[in-house]
Design a protein around this ligand. Structure first.
Ligand SMILES: [Zn+2]
Length: 284
């Protein structure tokens, strides 16, 4: 079927009292694996592109990526959503919308609150005209490499979350409750009480970033307390890298270009094995 509205998938997740999982992808191997396993398990998923992977490394291009995901979605029955991850660049967001992204994240978490509200609202107004959903960030998720104190100062406050949602009209909001981007130095501990309070104060789906390395027991609770979108990047990229590395190492002594053509299949199978397990967390 055609790409599904991300807002609609988040609503389905909310009704099922669970979270959809959003995977950062850079290419066909990754996106194909996600869509194939989603269809196999009949669980909706989101595919995300992180802007820097596009303009910083030329891993893909905006329109090409959007068309690829659209084409993959058209071959399956399960709802597939397409989302642009963290961008604070208004012009880039418009470019992504025009390229076919049906959901975008405006990340104003580094800005003063009033400025974050003003710009998030501006993105919502424009996105609305294109039928595109908007995720914003309130508080600051930050990086796993930052100190705990630094990150705790940035946690989302429930009363501000309520005001933020009311004033901006965003579809969903990413909250800072103890997760972080990158590789955790210690096992993270989500502030589930705060999550519960934010969930009570707001009536839109909440998003958890920094999903690589959070224990499943914590995730399962978070998914029943308002988290309806869960982002996974780091561990998926790591697995992709490790799989290529493993394949090359196994064939180190061979000098045959045909190995290149068989590599995708090998990597896709590794990714799909991981995805079959990971998607069990998403209780659709
Ligand atoms: Zn993030």
């Amino acid at each position: 079927m055609a790409l599904e509205r991300v807002g609609k998938i988040l609503k389905m997740a909310d009704e099922a009292n669970t979270s959809v999982i959003a995977f950062n992808c850079i290419n066909y191997d990754m996106a194909y694996s996600v869509v194939t396993v989603a269809e196999e398990l009949k669980k909706p998923v989101l595919i995300m592109l992180y802007p820097e992977h596009q303009y910083g490394f030329n891993d893909t291009d905006l329109r090409g990526f959007a068309e690829m995901v659209k084409s993959l979605a058209s071959t399956v029955e399960v709802p597939i959503g397409l989302h642009l991850d963290h961008s604070s660049d208004f012009a880039y967001i418009i470019k992504a919308i025009k390229a076919g992204f049906t959901s975008v994240m405006f990340d104003g978490s580094m800005l003063p609150l009033e400025e974050n509200i003003r710009l998030s609202k501006k993105v919502v107004e424009v996105a609305c005209n294109f039928g595109v959903d908007v995720e914003a960030e309130l508080g600051r998720v930050g990086f796993a490499a930052d100190s705990d104190e630094e990150r705790m100062d940035m946690y989302t406050r429930p009363e501000i979350a309520a005001e933020f949602c009311r004033k901006t009209g965003v579809t969903s909001v990413a909250v800072a409750i103890g997760s972080a981007h990158g590789v955790y130095l210690e096992t993270p501990k989500l502030d589930l009480k705060r999550l519960e309070e934010i969930n009570q104060a707001t009536d839109i789906p909440l998003v958890l970033h920094g999903g690589s390395g959070i224990p499943n027991e914590q995730l399962e609770v978070a998914f029943t307390k308002g988290i309806n979108k869960f982002n996974v990047g780091t561990e998926f990229f790591q697995l992709y890298y490790d799989s290529i590395h493993e394949y090359m190492k196994a064939h180190e002594r061979e000098q045959n270009v045909n190995l290149l053509f068989e590599m995708s299949k090998y990597v896709q199978e590794k990714l799909m094995t991981y995805l079959r397990k990971k998607l069990q967390l998403s209780k659709f």
